[in-house]
Design a protein around this ligand. Structure first.
Ligand code: S3P
Length: 414
């Protein structure tokens, strides 16, 4: 049975983290509407509270009164890579000692990608995996070229730059999501961006105190992507997702869907918080295989589990390469995607930096495990809308980024 209807997906996860963290160190009270209240973002909210910000939640919004005296704290970042990495940048220039830890998955994820650049600003951090101990220091601005396309690393360095003396510059050879550099000016910080031959240069002058603002968070395209996939693959399906963030660094997945032959309709374009939003409608179509690689990857990295599922139903061989970063996400997503899709009948093979999928193959019934990975749980649930004999274990983990996922699914099934 197909899925039909309209969904308003929750607020964007990356933007919510940044709004909470920046609000937490801003002067005055920042008011945030449509924030994502998933476990990851709640870890960022609890973190700013722990270091001294005041947080008030009402039905309509979240109000954060920031602090510039960052109190000593031990902070559990849960499953959230964005919390631990961005917070490391903020606390590196604090006045106290801080301990940042997380769940078993987070403790296995590499943190040297932030500790190394932060050290060049003068930070003192113990540990290259969580738990990290950060001894707040006087920081001095520096110039850092990102060795991997990572918005988390870029953001950690820029946030540390707010507490540093002088200019901090980040050079990114490949464009990654740009919410930090878009949101800082909303908090009154001047950010200079220059496109150069060797990449994009982002600069700010420290020390700089953020000024409170209001932020309305658009819908998360990485959450909408589950419904876009369900609509494309379902029988006689059509789903509209409303008020979704259309930031170009985030919608590589929609471009690939188009390339594969999907029917993508975009309407009601608007501007919110310096970001474009739109309603996006997808309907059932047949698909062609594609090759996904290079500079496309950062703009769709979190949607690769869904691209793999789409590829199982597309005509021909889909190749995903240059995506070794998948190996250090909430799980090794090359391994977990390939293993679970194989269990449900896909012809899929792992490579060092991606996967190769031959399609179309009919999906078959099996019991599959989310391995504690929210995006895997939701991708496999979308597969189960095509083949009802697929059972997904550990699906409570959707709480991390999309707590109302199963409610929205029910609405679309009616
Ligand atoms: C994020 C950046 C990406 C992404 C993650 C959220 C962010 O990670 O995969 O889900 O909000 O900055 P990397 O910075 O590791 O690429």
């Amino acid at each position: 049975m197909g899925l039909r209807g309209t969904v308003k997906v929750p607020g964007d996860k990356s933007m919510t983290h940044r709004a909470f963290l920046m609000g937490g160190i801003a002067e005055g009270t920042t008011v945030i509407t449509n924030a994502l209240m998933g476990a990851d973002c709640l870890a960022s909210l609890a973190a700013v509270e722990a270091i001294g910000a005041r947080v008030e939640r009402t039905e309509q919004d979240i109000q954060i009164t920031g602090t510039d005296q960052l109190k000593a704290a031990t902070i559990d970042c849960g499953n959230s890579g964005t919390t631990i990495r961005l917070l490391s940048g903020i606390l590196a220039g604090g006045q106290e000692t801080y301990t940042l830890t997380g769940d078993a998955s987070l403790q296995k994820r590499p943190m040297d990608r932030v500790t190394v650049p932060l050290t060049t600003l003068g930070a003192t951090i113990e540990g290259n995996y969580a738990p990290l101990t950060i001894h707040g220091q006087h920081l001095v601005g520096t110039s850092y070229t990102l060795p991997v396309a990572s918005a988390q690393v870029k953001s950690a360095v820029l946030l540390a730059g707010l507490f540093a003396t002088g200019e901090t510059t980040v050079i990114e050879p490949v464009l990654s999501r740009d919410h930090t550099e878009r949101m800082l000016p909303k908090f009154g910080v001047e950010v200079t961006i220059q496109e150069q031959e060797h990449g994009r240069q982002i600069r700010l002058q420290g020390p700089a105190r953020l000024q409170a603002t209001t932020i309305d968070i658009p819908g998360d395209p990485s959450s909408a992507a589950f419904w876009w996939t369900a609509a494309t693959l379902g029988q006689d399906s059509s789903i509209t997702t409303e008020h979704v963030l259309m930031n170009p660094t985030r919608i590589g997945f929609l471009q690939v869907l188009r390339q594969m032959g999907a029917s993508v309709e975009i309407s009601n374009r608007q501007e919110t918080a310096g970001e474009e939003t739109a309603d996006v409608t997808l309907a059932t179509t047949s698909l062609q295989a594609v090759t996904i690689e290079g500079e496309q990857i950062p703009s769709l990295i979190d949607e690769i589990p869904l691209l793999a599922l789409l590829a199982t139903q597309a005509d021909g061989r889909t190749i995903i390469r240059d995506a070794a970063e998948l190996r250090v996400k909430e799980t090794d997503r090359i391994e977990t995607v390939v293993t679970t899709l194989r269990q449900i009948g896909a012809t899929i093979e792992a490579t060092e930096d991606g996967m190769i999928i031959d399609g179309p193959t009919p999906l078959t019934g099996a019991t599959v495990d989310s391995a504690g990975d929210h995006r895997l749980a939701m991708m496999l649930t979308i597969a189960s809308t095509l083949q009802p004999e697929i059972q997904v274990l550990g699906n409570e983990v959707v709480e991390v980024s999309y707590p109302t996922f199963y409610d929205d699914l029910k609405t679309l099934q009616q």
